[in-house]
Design a protein around this ligand. Sequence first.
Ligand SMILES: C[S@@+](CC[C@H](N)C(=O)[O-])C[C@H]1O[C@@H](n2cnc3c(N)ncnc32)[C@H](O)[C@@H]1O
Length: 360
Amino acid sequence: MATESGAKADPIDEQKLTKLVETSLVDLGATVHASLAIIGDDLGLYAALDEAGPLTSAELAEQTDTAERYVREWLRAQAAGGYVTYDPETDRYGLSPEQAHILANKESPVFMPGAFQLVASAAKIEPELREAFRTGEGIGWHEHDEDVFHGTERFFGPSYGANLVSWIEALNGIDETLKAGGRVADVGCGHGAPTIRIAEAYPDSTVIGIDYHESSIAVARERAETAGVGDRVDFEVATAREYRGIDYDLVTMFNCFHDMGDPVGVSTHVRETLADDGAWMIVEPYAKDRVEDNLTPFGRLAYSISTVACTPNSLSQEVGYGLGAQAGEEQTREVATAGGFTCFRRAAETPTSLVFEARP
Ligand SMILES: C[S@@+](CC[C@H](N)C(=O)[O-])C[C@H]1O[C@@H](n2cnc3c(N)ncnc32)[C@H](O)[C@@H]1O
């Protein structure tokens, strides 16, 4: 076949084409599924299946005070996606222990409804993002739908609960310092999910959570009161280049260093605010150094969120460095050490997180 320009186009490989169409079908189903997962979480459908299942659609509708016809269709979509079980003999739907773990257990480190809330609401920025692709302008974190902030808190919070102490134990001597009563600054704290968990894990330490986003800090304050740590946790509306205080034993940044417009300026400020024997812990999404090694399902998710939220946020701030959420260890080392840190190492990792320790 010749193209309009006269050049010969490559022939279509039918097998490759079929595979791509299949991939698209999975993605299309997943795209619609995101809002259905949010509804299932919001209306307590997953919770009821977990507590009382297996249930028919009528029983689930009755338990949750919802309309049976909607619930029946929702259940079938969930079953087709492998998120609920279906027994044709009894016409009942249920959750396996693994399905309950990711859909109904809000404290599970892999609780997914929060993640669906995050990605579905982040996609609402599409009109502004399309324009930003043209102009190169940034979009601040604060410009997103509120559900982005709640989804971030609900998705990341439980995983910090499960991993935080082991990450801090992996830093040289910091666990001992915090047990004895140290000072921590959690920068880019959002709704305070990591901040509050640090305070809970180290009752003799004081923690300050810092974020430039005023309404996130207001929510974080409420969360700290509810968690009963309000007396040891303070919050400040400030950027990562300007927050107050000196001589911190630990400065933490959870999934936000790559969001900063001026990561080198941030590194300089962290160095100024850290005690000489203090540590800077940077938790970043898992990534390898080379693009080709990040072309995985997780890499796809991280690059996509990075395109929608992280990179636009960085571009919206002074310098507009645009590090991106899949920078990997070498690039992160380069920018994180530029402000005067002499030691930088990977202290811990999980399949989805890299934990770095930087020391003066
Ligand atoms: C992905 S969220 C992570 C929130 C929190 N660390 C967590 O893990 O739950 C990124 C956070 O970084 C904050 N942020 C972005 N740029 C910032 C800056 N220059 N200074 C302070 N905070 C910033 C945003 O407001 C947002 O709360």
